[in-house]
Design a protein around this ligand. Structure first.
Ligand code: ZN
Length: 234
């Protein structure tokens, strides 16, 4: 399965290898990981409360990117954010850093074809799919550490009731866009195995940020860290 080259994965794999085989020599590193882990404050975006036009969409996307980084729900670069306004999709540029999206916004038609000379995120096909088949007008995709960690550790079809899909990056028969629906329909959130999360919503990104934050920091983090803590005590 094709997954992003996300530096977080190496750390997740080292934690999982300790969980599966808790050797004494790996304990100091696992202990340090637990001690260094902290929960950042929730960062609500302050922006026009509704996505009304391209300007408000861009403003909200830029602020949402910074909020995701402040809350450490991705490692800086990875992820993409979009909004639909009329017959346009406003989405982050491929390879852009979520912390600095000011000059990295792509305007696309409803098929995901760029109209302003920039290249959209490689996940644009999943955003297009969601806009075509739901009433949502804003979508977040990011890479929260503990959601990815739990998906890899437990390898189950759902985490805390949220569906986990297995898919490659991008489009094509094995791509995320082929699996994102109907998974995301039930709870507006779907986890991609070993990769990240997609959320969808309406008018404003705050609700999605809160949903990702709560799942990441109250549920997934606790579950993963308590597993390591238990082994450290043993
Ligand atoms: Zn991704």
């Amino acid at each position: 399965m094709e997954r992003p080259v996300d530096p977080q994965i190496a750390q997740i794999e080292s934690c999982i290898s300790f969980i599966n085989n808790p050797k004494a020599e790996a304990a100091p590193e696992a202990k340090k990981f637990v001690e260094d882990s902290f929960v950042p404050d929730f960062a609500k975006i302050t922006a026009d409360p509704e996505i009304k036009n391209e300007d408000t969409a861009v403003d909200q996307i830029v602020k949402t990117g910074k909020a995701i980084c402040r809350m450490k729900m991705t490692n800086g670069v990875f992820g993409n954010i979009s909004a639909r306004t009329g017959d346009r999709i406003i989405i982050t540029e491929t390879g852009s850093s979520l912390a600095e999206l000011e000059d990295s916004i792509v305007v696309c038609d409803l098929c995901g074809n760029p109209l302003n000379g920039k290249k959209p995120s490689c996940e644009v096909s999943s955003h297009v799919r969601i806009y075509r088949e739901t009433e949502s007008n804003c979508v977040i995709h990011c890479h929260p550490f503990f959601m990815i960690a739990n998906s890899l550790l437990y390898d189950e079809p759902a985490i805390f009731g949220f569906p986990v899909i297995k898919a490659d990056i991008g489009d094509g028969p094995n791509g995320i866009s082929s699996f994102i629906l109907p998974a995301i329909l039930e709870k507006n959130l779907a986890i991609v195995y070993g990769h990240g999360v997609f959320t969808m919503g309406n008018d404003n990104f705050n609700e999605q940020l809160k949903a990702i934050y709560d799942l990441e920091y109250t549920l997934c983090r606790d579950k993963f860290l308590s597993k390591i803590k238990k082994l450290l005590k043993a």
